[in-house]
Write a protein that binds this ligand. Structure first.
Ligand code: FAQ
Length: 327
């Protein structure tokens, strides 16, 4: 697309521009930052990308707690790399949101004031090292199911950011699975630790995909705009189908008595997640919401001097460049 327009343009203003936008979506082409886009499309993208960015940054906390307590240098190095990757994902995503006219400081403010969401999954505790493995296996596995289709999202900067993010999530998922298979070859206590972590994370991981399709208010528009390529339930199903054989190979039991292969559908049937729990966790009443937000706020306050120094440095460079241009 080549048509340019101010970011705050009203949706209905230009039928010609709207037609051009619709044709771009219909042809499966990408919408780029300087293209005209309906306000609703822009708002939805900012909402989803910001929530995604906040999730990556808050998502550093549950595993980050284990960096100082990792059982070996190798595990520590892997975990360090993984948690740093999550920080990188957050930064790409904030940059993608900025291409839509959002302001990063404002998005952070909204998160800290509880006006923007982050993923429910990061509000659960990590009491044992097996949790680190299960987060890699389930949470990064779910993130891959959700985010690989986002590489084909209609908004160019988001789709491109997802390509690299998914490659890294793939390493994260494998390191989690490898950690768990090592523990499963260990002592009975280690195997029990893995099973316990699987029992605690299974249902929250299914909830990551969002409410069921019938209760997902944003899905219809997001799918029409090709921001989302598949529904929440379809992605949840893909995750279950992908994970069941992995669980069998690992030797753990997934905590769902209704889980079974359905020959007719060629997919697994599975039980219903506790949607009331998801609502509570999103509302801020999960086991670790208060702690996660408190840490995020503290990190933001502790980082104030870095932001001030960077701003002062940028101002100095600008002034020097201006002096140079005037001379
Ligand atoms: N938690 O109408 P829908 C990761 C909200 S990153 C909290 O279905 P939508 C990497 C939703 O925002 C994990 N809130 O919404 C990693 C909406 O509220 P709003 C994050 C949730 O957007 C691994 C309302 O409920 N991934 O794991 C949740 O169409 C390991 C109604 O829902 C992404 O953000 C939830 N689980 O679909 C990092 C991926 N589900 O905004 C560290 C991109 C729903 O209207 C360690 N996002 N809500 O007030 C998406 O694909 C979508 O935004 C969905 C939700 C699928 C999450």
């Amino acid at each position: 697309m080549t048509t340019h327009r101010k970011p705050d343009a009203a949706d209905h203003a230009e039928p010609e521009l709207q037609r051009h936008f619709d044709a771009t979506i219909a042809r499966d082409q990408r919408v780029e930052p300087r293209d005209w886009m309906p306000d609703g499309y822009r708002r939805t993208l900012i909402r989803q990308i910001a929530q995604h960015a906040h999730s990556e940054i808050i998502g550093m906390q549950p595993e980050g707690e284990w960096i100082t307590r990792a059982p070996s240098l190798r595990r520590k190095a892997i975990l360090f790399a993984k948690v740093q990757d999550e920080a990188g994902h957050g930064l790409y995503l904030y940059s993608a949101a900025e291409t839509l006219g959002a302001d990063r400081a404002d998005l952070t403010e909204r998160l800290i004031e509880g006006r923007q969401k982050y993923s429910s999954i990061f509000n659960y505790p990590t009491p044992t090292f097996a949790d680190v493995g299960v987060i890699g296996w389930f949470v990064d596995g779910a993130a891959i199911c959700n985010q690989v289709p986002l590489c084909r999202s209609s908004y160019g900067p988001y789709a491109r950011a997802m390509v690299r993010v998914c490659k890294e999530e793939s390493f994260h998922q494998r390191q989690g699975y490898e950690l768990l298979s090592t523990m499963m070859r260990g002592t009975g206590a280690q195997r029990a630790m893995v099973q316990d972590a699987v029992d605690r994370w299974w249902w929250p991981s299914l909830m990551m995909f969002g409410p069921p399709d019938g209760d997902s208010p944003n899905s219809a528009a997001s799918m029409a705009w090709k921001i989302k390529r598949h529904s929440n339930d379809e992605l949840r199903q893909r995750f279950v189908d992908m994970t069941v054989p992995q669980a069998e190979k690992l030797g753990v039991t997934l905590p769902d008595p209704e889980l079974r292969w359905n020959e007719e559908r060629g997919r697994h049937d599975f039980g219903t997640p506790d949607w009331a729990e998801l609502t509570r966790v999103i509302r801020g009443e999960g086991p670790c919401n208060a702690q996660r937000m408190e840490r995020r706020r503290r990190a933001h306050e502790d980082g104030a001097w870095v932001r001030e120094a960077a701003t002062a440095h940028a101002a100095k460079r600008r002034a020097r460049a201006d002096e140079g241009a005037a001379a």
